[in-house]
Design a protein around this ligand. Structure first.
Ligand SMILES: *[C@@H]1O[C@H](CO)[C@@H](O)[C@H](O)[C@H]1NC(C)=O
Ligand SMILES: *[C@@H]1O[C@H](CO)[C@@H](O)[C@H](O)[C@H]1NC(C)=O
Ligand SMILES: *[C@@H]1O[C@H](CO)[C@@H](O)[C@H](O)[C@H]1NC(C)=O
Ligand SMILES: *[C@@H]1O[C@H](CO)[C@@H](O)[C@H](O)[C@H]1NC(C)=O
Ligand SMILES: *[C@@H]1O[C@H](CO)[C@@H](O)[C@H](O)[C@H]1NC(C)=O
Ligand SMILES: *[C@@H]1O[C@H](CO)[C@@H](O)[C@H](O)[C@H]1NC(C)=O
Ligand SMILES: *[C@@H]1O[C@H](CO)[C@@H](O)[C@H](O)[C@H]1NC(C)=O
Ligand SMILES: *[C@@H]1O[C@H](CO)[C@@H](O)[C@H](O)[C@H]1NC(C)=O
Ligand SMILES: *[C@@H]1O[C@H](CO)[C@@H](O)[C@H](O)[C@H]1NC(C)=O
Length: 454
């Protein structure tokens, strides 16, 4: 054996020896020091010190036990170590702590009641759990304090009666794990939905949960996204979690620093993570891209149009490609006119125009009505502007301005029935501005037809 190779082998042994403790547990006497790591029993996860790309700052995190890929959880996100003298240990009062070279506490699990004997274990799921050794009680766990990623069997939970919820929060940049602008949460609305928010503003939404899938994620029935379930632990908490659709592929979801929620799967052949789904596949995935009563189709040019029966609120802005003001109703509804009419005018009842294969708008409300009565019940309530029927949810109404409607390609998506005035129902040309002249002819034609009939 050549000498160099031999030396390398010795070095490698030495390296493995100092870098990997045999154990998956931290106790008050057994701590880890940069650059040591702990490895879970199944060898899939590791816990220890790392530096993100393009920085020498040191962080404690949980990573997949592969040479590539980012941390799925970070302890001292807001306070990096600037040298390699950090340690991760259990303090005398039982907290899990990250200490710098001067033994100053950089990060702590901040458990409320002191305990005399605690230990932290990195489980095979990637969950780091701090326990009271005297009774086995869980004091703290990384799954309840996530960073930017959700792993299998982790719960994204939400209290139904308060704003308290588990948030995934983005990193500021790929080099900086401190809390960035974007967050992901499950919102226990009338019909639960997942949102990506930019600060408080909605950035992306999943569409309503129908018991099996999110209606706004049309490719969710693929092998990748099929393992979600929504649970209710009966204490007023609702949670979302997933299990692998494909046991042989390691999968996790992560919110990147640009606000894109991504599904990543480990590829054995490429020895790298592959993005197998993304919340921002085209411009229409940006929440409310086309404004109120606008509809987005990335295959059209321009991508925004008004829903049938509606026209741009501000034509000049709209034609410049600024869709933020959205669209307004062209013809007042019977509901609004009954009110002002003196009773002599006969106003025909409103009807519905059907949009096919769409991502249904935000603010859906589940209504306790048989599916066959969905249309008639919507019609009798003047605040109902649209309805849709899904076998998992039943009848849904919209009582708000319709926003974030996206037209999906192919047969994905749902039918949405939008309330319009009677006079809009027969008019098939109004949403094609280029055909305005033709529309005029048709209008004249239909008037003369009316005369002919009377
Ligand atoms: C790291 O820095 C290099 C050189 O400045 C740059 O090209 C690269 O994009 C950076 N990587 C990331 C992930 O920011
Ligand atoms: C490193 O961090 C310590 C505090 O944790 C600080 O006192 C020191 O000045 C920093 N050193 C450099 C080179 O930034
Ligand atoms: C722990 O408490 C300290 C001091 O109150 C605080 O600065 C820090 O952010 C807390 N850490 C966590 C993880 O909540
Ligand atoms: C952990 O940290 C918190 C906050 O700094 C402190 O109140 C508590 O006493 C510490 N010890 C334990 C065991 O929680
Ligand atoms: C702490 O608990 C562990 C596990 O139960 C036990 O082996 C250890 O002796 C305890 N240490 C002290 C100081 O009580
Ligand atoms: C499961 O994933 C593996 C590796 O990515 C792949 O080779 C296999 O075809 C997948 N199986 C199914 C049923 O999708
Ligand atoms: C688009 O229109 C809105 C509303 O009038 C305005 O506030 C906004 O600045 C415009 N955006 C651009 C890029 O012009
Ligand atoms: C009449 O119109 C007003 C204002 O648009 C509205 O507040 C009221 O609810 C309407 N009344 C009925 C009976 O629809
Ligand atoms: C109409 O819908 C609104 C909003 O859901 C509801 O508050 C109201 O009670 C309904 N009115 C009738 C007559 O059903």
């Amino acid at each position: 054996m050549p000498l160099l190779q031999f030396l390398l082998l010795i070095l490698q042994w030495f390296y493995i020896d100092i870098c990997t403790s045999q154990n998956n547990t931290i106790t008050s006497t057994q701590f880890i020091k940069d650059p040591q790591t702990l490895v879970s029993t199944n060898k899939i996860f590791k816990l220890g010190f790392f530096s993100p790309v393009n920085t020498t700052n040191r962080y404690v995190g949980i990573l997949y036990n592969f040479p590539v890929g980012n941390a799925v959880w970070v302890a001292n996100r807001e306070r990096p170590l600037n040298d390699s003298f950090g340690t991760l240990s259990i303090s005398e009062d039982g907290n899990l702590t990250v200490l710098d070279g001067q033994k100053m506490v950089i990060w702590s699990s901040n458990v409320t009641d002191p305990v005399s004997n605690a230990s932290a274990e990195l489980l095979d799921t990637g969950n780091l759990v701090l326990r009271d050794n005297s009774n086995g009680r869980t004091l703290w766990e990384s799954f309840q304090n996530p960073s930017d990623s959700i792993l299998e069997s982790m719960r994204l939970s939400s209290y139904v009666d308060s704003d308290e919820r588990t948030l995934l929060t983005s990193w500021k940049s790929p080099s900086d794990p401190s809390i960035g602008r974007f967050s992901v949460s499950l919102e226990p609305l009338n019909i639960p939905q997942v949102f990506v928010r930019n600060g408080n503003r909605k950035h992306w939404r999943s569409g309503p949960w129908n018991g099996q899938t999110f209606l706004g994620v049309p490719n969710m029935n693929s092998v990748y996204l099929s393992g979600f379930s929504l649970g209710d632990d009966r204490t007023g908490t609702m949670y979302l979690s997933f299990t692998y659709a494909n046991d042989s592929a390691l999968t996790h979801y992560t919110l990147n620093s640009e606000g894109v929620l991504m599904e990543k799967q480990w590829s054995d052949s490429k020895q790298d993570w592959e993005a197998t789904w993304s919340s921002q596949e085209d411009e229409c995935d940006h929440y409310g891209k086309c404004g109120k009563y606008g509809s987005c189709n990335f295959k059209d040019s321009p991508i925004c149009s008004c829903i049938k029966g509606f026209e741009p609120k501000n034509m000049e802005e709209w034609s410049r490609g600024n869709w933020s003001s959205g669209c307004v109703r062209r013809t007042r509804l019977q509901c609004d006119r009954k009110n002002t009419s003196n009773g002599t005018e006969v106003i025909k009842e409103d009807g519905f125009l059907k949009l096919t294969t769409v991502k249904v708008p935000d603010f859906a409300m589940r209504v306790n009505a048989p599916e066959e009565d969905c249309a008639s019940q919507c019609l009798t309530n003047c605040s109902c502007v649209a309805y849709a029927i899904n076998s998992g949810i039943g009848c849904m109404y919209w009582n708000d301005d319709l926003i974030d409607v996206v037209e999906f390609a192919g047969t994905r998506g749902m039918d949405l029935y939008v309330r319009v005035a009677y006079s809009e129902l027969g008019n098939l040309f109004h949403f094609l501005p280029k055909l305005a002249f033709l529309e005029f002819l048709v209008d004249v034609h239909s008037i003369s037809l009316h005369f002919a009939l009377f």
